[in-house]
Design a binder for this molecule. Structure first.
Ligand SMILES: Cc1cc2nc3c(=O)[nH]c(=O)nc-3n(C[C@H](O)[C@H](O)[C@H](O)COP(=O)(O)OP(=O)(O)OC[C@H]3O[C@@H](n4cnc5c(N)ncnc54)[C@H](O)[C@@H]3O)c2cc1C
Length: 422
């Protein structure tokens, strides 16, 4: 009996996942004139568990993609970071730099991710929603030449391309199927968040609380309150896996106990909660490598690109997508396979150059604050010193001028350069 086999769809590049990493990759590939096909298992608009906070690094990426950032479209701007801890409340404006804009934004991922995906489409990328990638298609040498995928309600089929980008997020089944597991020697965070209607919804600072207590234990992580500008606040907390508490923490309970200590007027009470408390992991400091192997590039969470200092992942997902897009365009323009491979090796190298030293520093930081004594010391002795905290803000948010800059910029850049990129 003959079975009808649909023709295999093909493209220059397949991008698996249309989160910030996938859409950014696809946008830059399409701009370079390549035929790019994005496969996304969900259908937009879709939720993603997130704090919804965007620093100036992320804003820069949005500007690069030509996305209008109007209030009518749900973008709510912020001026900086408010840090609360050690009995002090400190407001730190985003630094004024030539390399990054001086403002951040907040927007729910419901609208954010769809906007990015539609922008990639407008640039020329083809996007198929409701298509779940089930595995890699390999040649005899173990190189990926496509993927198998299941469009909703249909039979499994095959998509082929010269290169594949895994932008499928933290669990990255595609990377796993290619033999790339998470590295146990790299940090991982876990965070939970929910929304409350709150009079604080138009707060124009991102607020973070450095002291999370579980009984008399100070935990390595922080809580956040981000006003969404739409009547609600995104409230959540994240912890690092460097502490003994990591495995055994009841995150939802911890969030509720933390919020129970807030002023009643802020509205963070059960009756004002507008959605469930949901959690997910934050893969940090390059916790999946190599970022290129056998025709597969990793971008965003799949490559563990979350900043270990502050849990920020969107900017790094978008930046790695841009770097991947540019590198692939160069690689595919080479006349032979050897040249293409040589160019693709530039991708992990470019990531190491961009974040390697900083992330190694971050791993040390994460290791240090895993010791409760260190965390206590930082909040007690660090907080009352505004100059030190401004330095800390630049360090934590990775906002420095690459060249020149002020004393803080130069110290952070020097530290990042001195620390071996691994
Ligand atoms: C609670 C929490 C709070 C956070 N807060 C912030 C914050 O305030 N600011 C910030 O910058 N970062 C934050 N992060 C980190 C941020 O959410 C991630 O770093 C970011 O979403 C990574 O983008 P990505 O595109 O790599 O992956 P994702 O956003 O996870 O996108 C992956 C996409 O791939 C799709 N996909 C997965 N598997 C398949 C498959 N098999 N086939 C097809 N498609 C597939 C998914 O549906 C999804 O659309 C937070 C994370 C958590 C958990």
């Amino acid at each position: 009996m003959h079975q009808h086999m649909p023709p295999a769809d093909s493209a220059d590049v397949l991008v698996v996942g249309a989160g910030p990493a996938g859409s950014s990759t696809a946008f830059h590939l399409a701009q370079a004139g390549l035929d790019v096909l994005v496969l996304e298992k969900s259908v937009f608009p879709r939720e993603k568990v997130c704090g919804d906070g965007l620093t100036p690094r992320a804003v820069k990426q949005l500007v690069t993609m030509g996305i209008p950032l109007n209030a009518e479209d749900g973008w709510f701007p912020n001026k900086g970071l408010r840090i609360i801890g050690g009995g002090v409340r400190l407001e730190l404006e985003w630094p004024e730099l030539s390399s990054y804009p001086g403002f951040g934004l907040v927007r729910t991922r419901l609208g954010f991710d769809e906007t990015l995906a539609r922008t990639a489409q407008k640039a020329g990328a083809r996007l198929l929603e409701g298509v779940t990638v089930t595995g890699p298609v390999l040649d005899s040498g173990g190189r990926i030449t496509g993927v198998t995928a299941r469009p909703a309600g249909e039979a499994e089929r095959t998509y082929r391309a010269r290169l594949v980008v895994a932008a499928d997020g933290n669990s990255s089944r595609l990377s796993l199927a290619m033999g790339l597991a998470k590295r146990a020697d790299r940090p991982l965070g876990v965070a939970v968040r929910t929304y409350y209607t709150s009079p604080r919804h138009r707060d124009d600072y991102l607020e973070s609380w450095l002291e999370l207590w579980d009984g008399d234990r100070l935990l390595p992580g922080y809580g956040w309150i981000f006003g969404m500008g739409d009547g609600t606040s995104n409230v959540g907390l994240g912890l690092l896996n460097t502490s003994a508490a990591f495995q055994h923490t009841d995150y939802r309970g911890l969030l509720k106990r933390w919020l129970a200590g807030m002023p009643a007027g802020w509205g963070f009470a059960e009756e004002n909660r507008t959605g469930p408390i949901r959690g997910a992991a934050l893969p940090m400091g390059f916790n999946r490598t190599p970022h290129y192997t056998r025709g597969l590039l990793l971008a965003g969470d799949s490559g563990g690109m979350v900043n270990p200092f502050n849990g920020e992942g969107i900017a790094y997902a978008m930046e790695s997508g841009e770097i991947a897009g540019r590198m692939i365009a160069q690689a595919l323009a080479r006349p032979d396979q050897a040249g293409t491979e040589r160019a693709l090796q530039g991708y992990p190298q470019a990531l190491r150059d961009a974040y390697g030293g900083y992330y190694t520093l971050g791993r040390k930081f994460v290791g240090a604050i895993g010791h409760p004594g260190v965390m206590k010391f930082v909040t007690r002795h660090g907080m009352p010193r505004p100059a030190l905290m401004r330095f800390t803000l630049k360090l934590l948010a990775n906002l420095t001028e690459p060249r020149g800059g002020d004393a803080a910029d130069r110290v952070i850049n020097a530290l990042s350069k001195l620390t071996p990129a691994a």
